[in-house]
Design a protein around this ligand. Structure first.
Ligand code: FES
Length: 108
């Protein structure tokens, strides 16, 4: 199921609890959904450093910490705190009909 703007439904909105992460494979791409302070973020699960799965990491306010080498990425921008040129890929998402939809094209 896909509509013309490229968004695909992946989760019931209520499946993503506050302070939680949920890993979903979207057309073969591992997308990690996170809800913090009522805000939803959709990011690539693969760390831009060496590809570790961020779903095994931890949340620290609006930062996700990679489990492999503790790189810290700001969920709002995707930037690695120590070197903003390293960016976590973020995806556009929306809520419609109580579902979370994601678009696999990168946010601009
Ligand atoms: S793979 Fe994520 S910090 Fe190294």
């Amino acid at each position: 199921m896909e509509n013309q703007d490229g968004f695909v439904p992946v989760l019931e909105e209520k499946e993503l609890g506050e302070g939680k992460m949920k890993l979903v494979s979207v057309e073969g791409t591992p997308v990690l959904f996170i809800k913090q302070y009522g805000q939803i973020f959709a990011v690539d699960n693969r760390c831009p450093h060496q590809g570790c799965g961020l779903s095994g990491g931890t949340l620290d306010a609006l930062v996700i910490v990679c489990p492999c080498h503790d790189w810290r990425f700001d969920l709002r921008t995707g930037e690695y705190e120590a070197e903003p040129a390293f960016k976590l890929k973020k995806y556009d998402w929306k809520v419609k009909s109580e579902k979370i939809w994601v678009q696999l094209e990168e946010e601009t």
